[in-house]
Design a protein around this ligand. Structure first.
Ligand code: ZN
Length: 253
């Protein structure tokens, strides 16, 4: 009898281990790119985001690494990772840009924060303007909290979020052309109209301003949060960051 119970225990342990390895906890590899030489408020976010995502990686059983060497944006490095993050910068050389385009066009996944949406004009990098679906137009200043409206509660990245949430102090961007008119773009979060006007030195006075979206031609999410040291203080917003990364990593389908 004891032998029978032991073998049952062994079987249960095996089934548990196998379901962890092959089920919901399928491992994936994430590489976050950052710089320590950008605008201080953007660096502050990156410096907090790295341990934040490391903790998440332990909890959710994925592999997380961060690099400040943007030349790691090459095919031999990128092929080791299922998801790439840009925390506070974007590629600056032609080689880095071509490698990123190739990665995204062949099944790579990307989560871009705040400054990743900043580009003076579409001519700077036309492929990226199409990938993002729009170009930076204006901003609010100083950084202020804002209420965000969830546009698509059925999207896996929005799972468990309330219909609106208070997002901690951030510099908010506006966009042109209109993301809603782009058939490839699915908007996930928008600045709630109750925020307007937002900003004092630079004001966003109204309109329809998306803050988080996905281009459905790729496995990607852009989110405008990422300015300053308060971004990671909202449990609801942190849940979105976690949902988004797990979805990009192939879980939460
Ligand atoms: Zn900023």
């Amino acid at each position: 009898m004891i032998r029978f119970v032991r073998s049952l225990c062994f079987l249960a342990a095996f089934v548990f281990a196998a379901s962890a390895a092959f089920g919901q906890d399928k491992p994936f590899h994430v590489l976050a790119f950052y710089t320590m030489h950008g605008e201080q408020d953007h660096v502050d976010f990156a410096v907090q985001a790295i341990p934040f995502f490391k903790e998440m990686a332990d909890r959710d059983h994925f592999d997380f690494k961060a690099t400040s060497n943007w030349d790691d944006m090459n095919s031999s490095v990128l092929k080791q990772y299922q998801v790439v993050l840009w925390l506070d910068d974007a590629p600056s050389t032609a080689m880095q840009r071509v490698a990123f385009q190739d990665y995204m066009e062949h099944g790579g996944a990307w989560l871009g924060f705040h400054i990743a949406g900043y580009m003076d004009s579409r001519e700077t990098w036309p492929w990226y303007a199409d990938f993002l679906g729009t170009v930076f137009y204006g901003n609010s200043w100083p950084p202020l909290p804002a209420r965000l409206k969830i546009d698509d509660p059925t999207h896996p990245a929005m799972k468990g979020l309330p219909p609106t949430l208070m997002s901690p102090a951030n510099e908010w961007y506006s966009w042109s052309p209109d993301l809603r008119k782009n058939p490839d773009i699915k908007v996930l979060m928008t600045l709630d109209p109750s925020n307007y006007p937002i900003g004092f030195k630079d004001t966003l006075s109204g309109g329809d301003i998306p803050v988080t979206w996905t281009n459905t031609k790729y496995k990607m999410i852009y989110t405008n949060m990422g300015h300053g040291n308060k971004i990671l203080t909202s449990p609801d917003q942190n849940r979105f960051f976690e949902n988004a990364l797990l979805w990009l990593g192939g879980r939460n389908k």
